[in-house]
Design a protein around this ligand. Structure first.
Ligand code: CP3
Length: 339
């Protein structure tokens, strides 16, 4: 173990660490009173994302309160459609609402505040914590862009995927995502994660390759060309073990996110000893806390073994008591990397 190396980066570069890294998807959000306060001061969620001082504060809130090993940039995957000219609004209780698609021209100035957020965060990060940047993967972003909302499934997007126009659309998204992630890295993101939250919706094998595996492969190539040392975590949520294996081998991701429906030991066995896995506590168990949560966390650590970044299988739920997050993080660190 290199004394000064951050544990998350050490695990991602294949080293053994004595302290297992832990962070949580949606660790900045409504379960934190300090976030609710920040959110109440902002006119809208979108404005909060695009105000660097405020977004930096939201990014840092969880690492200030808990001894987490990473902060994730406070932004949203839907800022990419926004920068491509699509209207975007987040309505309380309804999720995102998107406007009509016009042109799809990448206007960097619309999303530039995000890079400023990264620079501000980097000045104040606790020295042990790693800053994670992110983007939505093209299929997941396409789902919202076509459907224009995000609550009740994506039937139109699944239909549109089979049409010839989808190809040009995906090209634009791939290019924009490469640009966006490279800029995040140049601003100071140390790791990037690609959220493919709706991977489970694509049943057909050939479509899975075309809409999920190939775009991810190309994004990884585009990022590595400019930033070969930055680790990339891919999270095709809802994909089967067999699909995860294919995704991992064909895209060459540095780590794979695992959702809470997978059994840790079986997952490790089918994906092999080498790949770093991230996940996969059920967010509902973090709401419960206590012994059931710790038993499940222990099983996850035993099942995945050393090459593991502790996380949830999906985002922190708004009803989560913050004390349970502290309890979980302390438990993971006390357990370490024992097998
Ligand atoms: O702490 C973090 O994880 C960092 C920031 C972050 C947000 N969204 C903030 C957010 C990240 C990494 C995301 C990713 C994201 N956004 C995904 C992929 C992960 C997943 O959840 O599957 C998706 C699909 C979105 C799109 C999105 N954004 C939806 C569907 C919603 C509405 C649902 C909800 O929880 O309200 C959002 C809004 C959103 N993004 C909030 C936050 C903190 C809540 C908005 C608010 O505070 O008013």
């Amino acid at each position: 173990m290199h004394e000064n190396e951050k544990t998350l980066l050490a695990v991602l570069s294949g080293k053994s660490v004595s302290n297992r890294p832990v962070w949580l998807m949606r660790q900045a959000g409504r379960y934190l009173p300090e976030y609710r306060e920040l959110r109440a001061q902002a006119d809208s969620f979108l404005k909060l994302c695009l105000k660097p001082e405020k977004a930096a504060e939201a990014t840092l809130q969880p690492v200030k309160r808990f001894s987490l090993d990473a902060a994730i940039l406070f932004a949203d995957i839907l800022l990419v459609p926004y920068a491509l000219g699509q209207g975007l609004d987040f309505k309380e209780g309804e999720g995102p609402i998107l406007g009509p698609i016009e042109g799809l021209d990448w206007r960097e100035e619309k999303i530039a505040p995000v890079f400023e957020t990264i620079r501000l965060v980097k000045k104040e990060m606790p020295k042990e914590a790693t800053l994670i940047g992110f983007a939505g993967a093209p299929w997941t972003v396409f789902c919202y862009m076509i459907e224009k909302k995000g609550k009740n499934g994506f039937p139109k997007a699944l239909q549109a995927l089979k049409e010839p126009e989808a190809e040009g659309f995906f090209e634009k998204l791939i290019e924009a995502t490469i640009l966006y992630l490279n800029k995040q890295i140049e601003a100071g993101a140390e790791v990037v994660q690609l959220f493919e939250s709706h991977a489970g919706l694509v049943i057909d094998e050939a479509l899975f390759k075309k809409a999920i595996v190939e775009p991810t492969q190309r994004i990884i190539q585009g990022v590595r060309q400019k930033n070969p040392k930055t680790p990339i975590i891919g999270f095709p949520r809802g994909a089967s073990l067999q699909r995860l294996k294919m995704f991992s081998e064909e895209t060459g991701v540095d780590a794979l996110g695992i959702d809470q429906d997978k059994k840790p030991e079986e997952t490790r066995r089918s994906l092999g000893k080498e790949i770093v896995l991230q996940g996969n506590l059920d967010p509902a168990l973090l709401v419960k806390g206590g012994q059931v949560m710790k038993e499940a966390a222990k099983k996850i650590m035993e099942g995945f073994g050393e090459k593991h970044i502790f996380n949830l299988g999906h985002g922190v739920l708004p009803e989560t008591p913050p004390e349970h997050v502290a309890e979980l993080v302390n438990f993971i660190h006390a357990y370490g990397t024992k097998k």
